[in-house]
Design a protein around this ligand. Structure first.
Ligand code: ADP
Ligand code: ZN
Length: 525
């Protein structure tokens, strides 16, 4: 990092003067300091963490222009409107402007009359635009939603690859600052290499926001749960995400029929309809928005009190981004994921439907598995999330997630565990959850008989449980680290060393009472 002294007092002065915030949040302060010191910077912050300030304040302090690469036209307009309202000279160039308006913006930039210029990445591919930019003094290129440069992320956008050649062409290399809410190591590597950040300072902050109570609920009647919840939280803004348009339409209808004013949002609606429901939600004409994941990017509504997922999303990145739309104002909010095993099938189907190469597919299956693991986790969900994203935590349970609040008593499941592990061992660790459950149940299905598994000593040893309960149990053992799933479309279950300890009688397996008991207590709540 450059050792020039950084005037953080001045930075704070601008923050108070223009934004009216008394001080930087800790993550912001470190990022602003790094950018002002002239270092390429990768800032990873959750949605609502306050990324904009991280490049807008430096932009005010740099002598030249800050070019902001931003993926959405609507987002650009909101940002520029907000900046202009605060008295910060900013503009955008995009397809909504006439040729004359574009020229005016360029002229203003040449005269150093604007500090921030917002463009979509596609613009960097236009020769005339690159030529214009070469004539300007550009101090910083800020890349928003920088995960779009990575094929491993969930919104890959080819034109993000134009950022680095663009930067290379400039007569003086500007500082490159990239921002995203996505922090898996692979995506981080891609951002660094594909944006060609030069020895970047990397900051990962605030994923675990203290005001968010995370819950995973398994085995709920999802529809009933949502109707109930929307009624008991009738005056609070909330978002309900569903995986398919059909489910969105269905929930939307039911909510409205039952007297909850709900809006809906998905790609099957006309532009006008989508815009209208988005506006109604922003201005609190409707309380609940039922939507597919098409909804939310660039929505700045700070008082969303809950985000419910009707289905499990495809991976943790998507989940954290969507759930993170709750509680941006810092007030207590809930993120509830309604999980059912069917969700896994749906996501696998979606992966198979999407034409893509084998490596990517493999990667998607792996991420799906980690998502499933989160859903079965019995440890603090905040830790699980921070661990996934590689952020440090202080080993203090959050106290408000569904695992932390789970008061079901711990029971000794060592005997069941031994039966399951021994069965897996005897099946030579070569089969998936469903077949193992079938064998333990004592099913006479074709595959069981074909492999002669009805001859195993563990055959039918868990016949008192249903196959579904046995599958759940196996999934719990996976989530607790006794077993692992291989990768791919048909993952097979294998023993971890911990399972071997259990088989040898060296380890006791303590687990929460089974799900069935939980449903009873839930309905009493
Ligand atoms: P992101 O782009 O990371 O989603 P924003 O930049 O839109 O987040 O900021 C999220 C919210 O946090 C906004 O409502 C903003 O007003 C608020 N905010 C940002 N920085 C601060 C700060 N230092 N003090 C108080 N509020 C802040
Ligand atoms: Zn917790």
């Amino acid at each position: 990092m450059n050792t020039q002294t950084v005037d953080m007092e001045q930075a704070r002065f601008y923050l108070q003067k223009y934004y009216g915030y008394p001080d930087f949040r800790e993550g912001q302060r470190r990022i602003v300091e790094s950018v002002l010191a002239g270092a390429d910077t990768l800032g990873i912050m959750p949605t609502g963490g306050g990324k904009s300030v991280c490049y807008q304040i430096p932009a005010l302090m740099f002598s030249g222009l800050t070019l902001v690469v931003s993926p959405l036209i609507s987002l650009m307009k909101d940002q520029v409107d907000a900046l202009t309202a605060m008295g910060i000279p900013a503009a955008y160039i995009n397809s909504t402007l006439s040729g004359k308006e574009v020229n005016e913006v360029i002229r203003a930039a040449r005269r150093s009359q604007i500090k921030l210029l917002y463009v979509a990445p596609e613009r960097l591919e236009l020769d005339w635009f690159r030529e214009e930019m070469k004539q300007l003094q550009i101090s910083c290129v800020a890349v928003d939603e920088a995960h779009c440069v990575s094929q491993w992320g969930h919104d890959f956008r080819t034109s993000y690859l134009a950022v680095s050649p663009f930067v290379d062409e400039l007569p003086v290399r500007p500082i490159v600052a990239a921002f995203t809410a996505t922090a898996t190591p692979q995506v981080m590597d891609d951002m660094t290499s594909l944006l060609r950040l030069s020895q970047p300072s990397i900051f990962v902050t605030g994923l675990g926001r203290d005001n968010l109570a995370m819950s995973v609920l398994r085995g709920e009647n999802k529809r009933e749960f949502i109707l109930n919840y929307a009624h008991t939280h009738a005056h609070q803004p909330g978002i309900i995400y569903a995986a398919t348009r059909k489910d969105v339409d269905d929930l939307y209808q039911r909510l409205n029929d039952s007297g909850v004013k709900a809006g809906r949002y998905h790609a099957g609606l006309s532009d006008q309809e989508r815009e209208k429901s988005q506006e109604s939600f922003l201005y609190d004409d409707i309380r609940v928005m039922v939507a597919t994941n098409a909804f939310g990017m660039g929505i700045d509504k700070s008082n969303v009190r809950y985000v419910i997922h009707y289905n499990m999303p495809k991976n943790m990145e998507a989940y954290v981004q969507e759930a993170g739309r709750a509680g941006r104002d810092g007030d207590p909010s809930e993120c509830i994921l309604l999980f059912s095993a069917q969700d896994i099938m749906t996501q696998k189907f979606l992966i198979e439907q999407n034409p893509q190469d084998e490596t990517r597919k493999h990667n998607e299956y792996r991420k799906l598995q980690q998502m499933v693991q989160y859903c079965y986790s019995t440890s603090c969900l905040k830790w699980e999330m921070l661990d996934y994203f590689g952020e440090d935590h202080d080993n203090k349970p959050c106290g408000i997630c569904s695992s932390c609040r789970d008061e079901r008593e711990l029971v000794d499941r060592t005997r069941d565990a031994q039966i399951v592990f021994s069965c897996i061992h005897r099946m030579r660790e070569r089969f998936g959850v469903a077949l193992i459950a079938a064998v333990l149940k004592g099913s006479r299905n074709k595959k069981v008989l074909q492999y002669g598994f009805d001859q195993l000593p563990t055959y039918a040893m868990l016949r008192a449980l249903t196959e579904k309960q046995i599958s759940e149990l196996i999934n719990l053992f996976i989530a607790e680290g006794y077993l692992r799933l291989s990768e791919g479309q048909y993952p097979i279950v294998q023993l971890e060393p911990l399972a071997v300890d259990v088989l040898k009688g060296n380890h006791t397996v303590m687990m929460r009472a089974p799900e069935a008991d939980k449903n009873v207590s839930d309905s009493k709540r």
